[in-house]
Design a protein around this ligand. Structure first.
Ligand SMILES: [Zn+2]
Length: 338
């Protein structure tokens, strides 16, 4: 029987001996014991979805994504039929090679999005007001502050902060999007990849407020990132982090996307790693939740059924709710931290 190639957990925050291994097969995987890169626990549950495996650590509750190397539909469909499927449908069921080779391609579309000039009528409309409201409830005002928006494409928030903030800088994963935001919006934009760059090396200033809007789930080494983040803030700075915690619904929702969250962080892990890095949790909030198939087509729903049935029948420690949850933590830099 042919063995499916899988990659194992990819990041290490504590043990330099745990390395990214691209060539571990499922046979190896069964033979070798799992070692969680966050808590070093050895017990896991694997959730199978269309394009990804999600490895849930039974000890700390963090969930790690591993993209499969082969997908079901291309394996069973003859080429002459595959070739007739329109690209817009094909990308959900077949490998998107350009994204697999360069994941930042998945975010090139922010360049086009920024060419609209403003957020009106887009899914980003009202985003800044939401941020102002949430920070306001915690006694934080954006006026006259130096603000860094990490992975803030397509840059509308930073654009709207002109005239409000003292300085506003946006980072993005895709160089094409960075160039597009600069050209189309005239904003200060910097390329930053959580897993290749060190924040303090690409950003030289110190900021009063840092916004991290649902991008922390792409960061493979949270501890190293928080340590670098500490170097671009000062005593009393505020960091607002929104993130997606583990739920079965989230694993299933993104099963047709080639690139999606790398790690569904357990809230306790987010709070602990930031605390260890010198950030005190001052407010926690919910950014709402939605049904896992909200705004998804019916055929997507059908494709989740077999995976959902198998997953829900298994014993697992992951939250089995069929929803995506969105959480927000607001941290203040601990003045005693270095
Ligand atoms: Zn763990």
């Amino acid at each position: 029987m042919k063995t499916e190639h899988r990659t194992r957990c990819v990041m290490d925050t504590t043990d330099p001996e745990i390395k990214f291994d691209e060539n571990v097969t499922s046979k190896d995987y069964l033979n070798k014991s799992f070692k969680c890169p966050i808590c070093r626990g050895h017990s896991e549950t694997t959730i199978n979805t269309y394009k990804h495996y999600w490895i849930s650590c039974n000890d700390c509750g963090n969930v790690f994504r591993q993209r499969k190397t082969k997908y079901f539909i291309p394996r069973i469909l003859p080429n002459f039929i595959s070739n007739r499927i329109p690209t817009r449908i094909k990308r959900h069921f077949f490998p998107m090679k350009e994204v697999i080779e360069d994941e930042s391609k998945f975010y090139d579309y922010y360049s086009d999005a920024s060419s609209r000039g403003n957020a009106k009528g887009t899914k980003w409309e009202g985003q800044l007001n939401g941020i102002k409201e949430r920070l306001g409830r915690c006694g934080v005002d954006l006026r006259g502050k130096k603000i860094l928006d990490i992975s803030g494409g397509p840059g509308f928030v930073v654009k709207e902060l002109e005239g409000v903030a003292k300085r506003a800088v946006v980072t993005e994963f895709s160089q094409i999007s960075v160039d597009g935001m600069k050209k189309n919006l005239g904003v200060e934009a910097v390329k930053f990849d959580y897993n290749k760059d060190k924040l303090h090396e690409v950003i030289k200033d110190k900021f009063d407020i840092v916004l991290i809007n649902y991008s922390i789930n792409f960061c493979l080494d949270l501890k190293a990132f928080v340590s670098s983040l500490r170097k671009v803030v000062h005593d009393g700075s505020v960091v607002m982090v929104s993130f997606v915690p583990p739920t079965l619904g989230c694993c299933l929702r993104w099963q047709h996307d080639e690139y999606t969250y790398n790690i569904l962080y357990h809230p306790e892990t987010v709070a602990r790693v930031f605390a260890e890095g010198g950030f005190d949790l001052s407010c926690r909030d919910s950014d709402g939740s939605y049904y896992y198939m909200a705004n998804r087509r019916f055929n997507f729903f059908l494709f989740t059924i077999p995976y959902r049935i198998v997953a829900r029948r298994r014993h697992m420690n992951i939250n089995r709710e069929l929803i995506q949850k969105n959480m927000v933590y607001i941290f203040k830099v601990n003045e005693k931290s270095k």
